[in-house]
Ligand binder design. Structure first.
Ligand code: FAD
Length: 288
């Protein structure tokens, strides 16, 4: 099923992101996670993809299992940085052979140690180039990333909006946002997106704070701001992992409840491969 058909029922679409375990870890760990997530009956699960194809085999194997063994709709992430058109076509054909009908089209980041993209591959400079390529075929629903606080390489939000609009116009069926911790930032982003003619569904990416180190790493990678209320939690529970996790889950639930009250198209939980925390959040918000 193409995921775009799930929107518009009046109910928020519920989805989870998982990532392949590191190469030296068994895939069994992700299947244990999936056993727990399946019980929550998500509308779809997305599977991340290492930039430059660094996790291709594992990503495809997991996406295949999600779709064909767990029977959950699958959104396969795909990055284009460093790939040729032939590489991308091969991966798309493999997705198609596994009945995977949904792709999250991403540019990806350069491999560690490389600064930029200009020299890497002129065919796929931006995610929009990948969106356009996939849309030449008819077999995929295409999602793309959106950044309510802007993207680190493009701090001017107005310029970034024009890039987002161009990407959507290349054939994006729905957007998934980068994590953020202040819903007002998202509401402002959404109003502006609609005003600029971006009408596709926008699924909200939520990352529960499960430990302080994780949030420090994520915010430094993606530039998301930490509002005072969350900062106080990070300081208050700096020495108590269990309390931090409990407070982080409550914070995520408050964010989600407020987003649902404001008719969010969908909630996409960055699960960090942790099914139990996802279960608590789904139950506390009444989503499942
Ligand atoms: P783009 O949309 O191409 O944007 C990248 C930058 O280029 C932005 O600053 C934008 O403003 C600018 N830009 C875009 N178009 C133009 C243009 N025409 N002219 C000039 N500038 C332009 N990474 C992974 O490696 N694997 C994953 O599985 C993965 N999953 C993700 C899932 C989500 C929901 C999100 C939000 C991010 C994910 N990422 C993943 C991270 C992503 O690869 C990085 O954020 C990357 O830096 C940008 O990718 P993009 O697809 O948003 O790029």
């Amino acid at each position: 099923m193409q995921i775009h058909s799930l929107f518009g029922s009046g109910k928020a679409v519920v989805s989870f992101e998982i990532f392949p375990p590191k190469p030296n870890y068994s895939l069994d760990t992700i299947f244990a996670t999936l056993d727990g997530l399946k019980e929550l009956k998500p509308d779809f699960i997305s599977v991340t993809y290492g930039a430059g194809g660094s996790s291709t085999e594992r990503s495809i194997e997991i996406a295949d299992k999600v779709k064909n063994e767990y029977h959950i709709e699958t959104l396969a992430h795909l990055t284009c940085v460093g790939s040729t058109r032939g590489d991308i076509e091969k991966v798309l054909n493999r997705f198609s052979n596994h009945n995977i009908e949904n792709v999250l089209a991403l540019r990806g980041d350069p491999p560690q140690g490389q600064a930029g993209f200009a020299a890497s591959n002129p065919g796929y400079k931006y995610a929009g180039d990948l969106v356009a390529h996939i849309k030449e075929r008819t077999d995929f629903c295409v999602a793309a990333a959106a950044y309510p606080e802007g993207h680190l390489e493009c701090p001017d939000l107005n310029v970034h909006f024009s890039h987002l609009k161009a990407k959507v116009d290349q054939g994006v069926d729905f957007l998934i946002t980068q994590l953020f911790f202040d819903n007002n930032i998202f509401f402002t982003f959404l109003d502006k997106a609609r005003a600029q003619g971006i009408y596709c569904p926008v699924v909200v990416g939520i990352m529960p704070v499960l430990n302080a180190a994780q949030i420090k790493r994520m915010t430094s990678l993606c530039g998301a701001s930490v509002p005072d209320g969350l900062q106080r939690i990070l300081e208050k529970y700096a020495n108590s992992a269990a309390d931090m996790e409990k407070a982080g889950i409550e914070y995520a639930c408050r964010q989600i409840n407020n987003l649902l009250e404001n008719h969010a198209d969908g909630i996409h939980l960055y699960t960090m491969n942790k099914a139990e925390q996802a279960r608590i959040i789904m139950h506390q918000t009444g989503l499942r």
